[in-house]
Design a protein around this ligand. Structure first.
Ligand code: FAD
Length: 557
C-alpha cells in the first residue's frame, strides 16, 4: 500500500479504513477490483445507526449516501441547486431542451464509477465510441491518435503516437525523445518506480517537463505541445500545458500506456439527469435517503474547546429559515467554492488542514450548445450534410460520432451530441447539436458573442458547415468549475477524514489520487463512506456522550 505523500499528511488525519486506503497509491491505478467494490457496496451493516447529514448532491455526495444507506445509516442530503449532479448536472429548459453544465465523457478506467453505474443499472446505457482520439484542424484537416490495433497497451499507444497525422516528423522525434525517457517507460517494467517519478513532478508544468531535454534545440518541442498536447491539457483541466501540472498529465498517460481500456471513451445515451442521476436517485429513494433540493447549507454548528478551537460538529443550518438540523456526523461533499463558503472561520484559523483548502483555486468555463439544420461534422458529402429527413435517431445522422479535440478553437473539446448521445439530443427534422466547452479565453465575453465565436470557429474547422444555419443555442457559464490542476497544488488537497472526528469531506477536489473528474468524485464518495463506516461505533459513542447543546461549553452557533 502506498502511503500518502509525507508533504501532504503533515496535519492530515490518516485514513483508517482499508477501503479508503485501497483507493490511493500506485496500486489503486490498476486495480480493476475497485469496480466490484463500487458495484457491490460496502458489504457491512454497522451495529449503530448514525444520523448523517450530507452537504451537496454532486456525484461525491450521492455516492457516499448510497454506501452509507446500505450500511444501515440514516442519511439526508442538502443541495442548494434545484437539481442534483453538481458539475455533471443537466436540466430541461422551457422548450424541452436538455441543458448541460458541461460535456462529459467516460474514460475506460473509471472502474469506480462504472461499478456504481452497474449497481444502479445505468452502465449498459453508455455508448462505446471508436477507440480513437480525433483532432480537427482549421480547414477540415483531421489528425488522430488511433489506438485501434490488434495488440493492446503499450503497443497500441506507441503506434498511435508514431502514426498520428496531427504532428510532423520533427515533432514526433521530440515526442519520442521525451516520452522515451519519461517515467512512463520506466513504469512499463517497474510500475511503482514510474508512478513515484510522476508524483514527484507535481511542482512543474507539463511544458517545463516536456522541454527539459531540448538542450541547444530550444523550441523544438513546441510544435507537439501546441498541436497535440495543449488540446489534451485543456480537455483534462481547462488550462494549457504551460499551466497544468506535469503530474496531472503524466498520470493520465501512464494509465493510457499500461491499460488498453484507459483511453477508450464512452458517452451517455442522453442527458446526465436521465442516464446517470435518476438511477442513483431511485437507489437512494428505495433506501429512504431524503434529498432536499434548493436547500443551501449556511453554517456548520460546532462545539469548541476553551481556546475556541472547534472540537465536534453538532449539525448544520439549512434553508432560508436557517433551520438547525442536528447530526451525529456531517459530510461536506461540496465543490471548492461551496466548501470555502460554508467552512466556519474558526476551522480555518485553528487547523492548517482546512486553511490549505483556500490555496486551491478553480478555472472558469462556458458550455455552449448550438443546434444546426444539418450535420456539421460531415465534410465529405454535401447532400448527406443537409439531409435531416426521416428518422435519424440512434446515431444514424451523418458525421463523427466521438469526442473531438482542436488546437485551433477556443473550445478544446467538443462533440455532436445528436450523434454521440442521441437518446435525448437528436431531434427529428434537426441536425447536429454541437456541445463545446470554452475555457477562460472566452469566459468574459457576452453569451451572444460566445455563440457567434463558436459558430465562426466551427465554420473554420468544418468549412462545409458555412452552408448550415444555427437553429438554437444556449450558454451556461460556470465561473468556478474544476479545481485548477496547477503545479504544487496536489499537496493542499484535503483527505476525506478531517481533524474534527465527526466532520468529513468529499468531492473531486479532495485527495483521491486522481484528477478532478467524475471518477475522482466517485472515489472520494466511496472513500468517505468507508471512513465513516470504519468509525461508526466510535462516532455513535461520541454522539451518545455529547452534552446537550445548551450545556456544551463554547458551542458556536
Ligand atoms: C464543463 C465540464 C466538463 C467536464 N467534463 C468531464 C468529463 O468529460 N469527464 C469527467 O470525468 N469529468 C468531467 N468534469 C468534471 C466532473 O464534472 C466533476 O469532477 C465532478 O462532477 C465533481 O463532482 P463533485 O460531487 O465532487 O462536485 P460537484 O459536482 O461540484 O457537486 C458539489 C455539489 O455541492 C453543492 N453545494 C455546494 N455548496 C453547498 C451548500 N452550501 N449547500 C448545499 N449544497 C452545496 C453544489 O451545488 C453541487 O451540486 C467536467 C466538469 C466540467 C465543469
Amino acid at each position: 500500500m502506498q502511503p500518502l505523500r509525507a508533504s501532504m499528511v503533515a496535519e492530515a488525519p490518516t485514513l483508517t479504513s482499508d477501503g479508503a486506503k485501497a483507493q490511493i497509491g500506485n496500486g489503486a491505478f490498476l486495480n480493476k477490483a475497485l469496480s466490484g467494490r463500487a458495484k457491490s457496496g460496502p458489504g457491512v451493516v454497522s451495529k449503530s445507526k448514525l444520523k448523517i447529514g450530507i452537504v451537496g448532491a454532486g456525484l461525491a455526495g450521492m455516492v457516499a449516501a448510497m454506501d452509507l444507506a446500505d450500511a444501515g445509516h440514516d442519511v439526508e442530503i442538502f443541495e442548494l441547486r434545484p437539481f442534483v449532479g453538481g458539475k455533471v448536472s443537466s436540466w430541461l429548459d422551457k422548450d424541452g431542451n436538455h441543458i448541460e453544465m458541461g460535456l462529459h465523457v467516460f474514460f475506460g478506467c473509471y472502474y469506480n464509477l462504472f461499478g456504481i453505474m452497474e449497481r444502479t443499472g445505468s452502465f449498459d446505457l453508455l455508448r462505446l465510441k471508436e477507440h480513437t482520439h480525433t483532432f480537427i484542424n482549421n480547414g477540415g484537416g483531421i489528425g488522430a491518435l488511433d489506438f485501434r490495433f490488434p495488440i493492446g497497451a503499450p503497443v497500441s499507444g506507441l503506434q498511435a503516437f508514431a502514426r498520428t497525422e496531427q504532428i510532423g516528423v520533427s515533432d514526433k522525434l521530440a515526442n519520442a525523445l521525451r516520452l522515451g525517457t519519461s517515467p512512463i517507460v520506466r513504469a512499463l517494467v517497474d510500475f511503482d518506480g514510474g508512478m513515484d517519478m510522476v508524483r514527484e513532478l507535481d511542482d512543474i508544468t507539463f511544458t517545463e517537463w516536456f522541454t527539459q531535454l531540448e538542450g541547444p534545440f530550444k523550441g523544438s518541442a513546441r510544435g507537439s505541445i501546441d498541436r497535440m498536447w495543449d488540446p489534451i491539457a485543456y480537455a483534462l483541466g481547462f488550462i494549457d500545458c504551460d499551466h497544468i501540472s506535469a503530474r496531472c498529465m503524466l498520470t493520465i498517460f501512464m494509465l493510457f500506456a499500461i491499460r488498453t481500456e484507459a483511453s477508450v471513451l464512452r458517452m451517455l445515451e442522453g442527458s446526465p439527469q436521465t442516464y446517470l442521476h435518476d438511477p442513483i436517485l431511485r437507489y437512494l429513494d428505495e433506501r429512504g435517503v431524503k434529498v432536499n433540493l434548493r436547500t443551501a447549507v449556511r453554517d456548520i454548528v460546532h462545539d469548541t474547546d476553551a481556546s475556541g478551537k472547534p472540537t465536534r460538529v453538532r449539525g448544520i443550518v439549512v434553508g432560508g429559515n436557517n433551520e438547525l438540523k442536528e447530526y451525529d456526523c456531517v459530510i461536506a461533499a461540496c465543490d471548492l467554492p461551496g466548501i470555502k463558503k460554508v467552512l466556519p472561520e474558526s476551522f480555518r484559523s485553528s487547523y492548517k488542514f482546512f486553511d490549505n483548502i483556500y490555496k486551491l483555486d478553480c478555472v472558469p468555463i462556458a458550455t455552449v450548445q448550438v443546434r444546426f439544420d444539418g450535420w456539421v461534422t460531415e465534410m465529405q458529402d454535401m447532400e448527406k450534410m443537409k439531409d435531416v429527413s426521416g428518422d435519424q435517431s440512434d446515431g444514424r445522422g451523418a458525421g463523427i460520432d466521438n469526442l473531438l479535440y482542436s488546437a485551433d478553437a477556443e473550445f478544446s473539446c467538443f462533440a455532436d451530441m445528436a450523434l454521440t448521445s442521441p437518446g435525448e439530443y437528436y431531434k427529428k427534422g434537426e441536425g447536429s447539436l454541437i456541445q463545446a466547452v470554452f475555457d477562460s479565453r472566452a469566459f468574459e465575453r457576452s453569451e451572444e458573442q460566445i455563440v457567434a465565436d463558436c459558430i465562426k470557429q466551427l465554420n473554420d474547422l468544418f468549412p462545409s458547415s458555412k452552408a448550415l444555419k444555427c437553429t438554437w443555442s444556449s450558454v451556461v457559464k460556470l465561473g468556478q468549475s474544476l479545481y485548477r490542476e496547477a503545479p504544487g497544488m496536489d499537496k493542499y488537497r484535503p483527505t476525506q477524514a478531517t481533524p474534527i472526528d465527526n466532520f468529513f469531506l468529499a468531492g473531486s477536489y479532495t485527495y483521491q489520487d486522481y484528477i478532478d473528474s467524475m471518477e475522482g468524485a466517485t472515489k472520494s464518495g466511496l472513500m468517505v463512506a468507508d471512513e465513516v463506516i470504519a468509525r461508526a461505533e466510535e462516532l455513535a459513542a461520541q454522539a451518545r456522550n455529547a452534552k446537550p447543546r445548551k450545556e456544551a461549553a463554547g458551542t458556536a452557533a
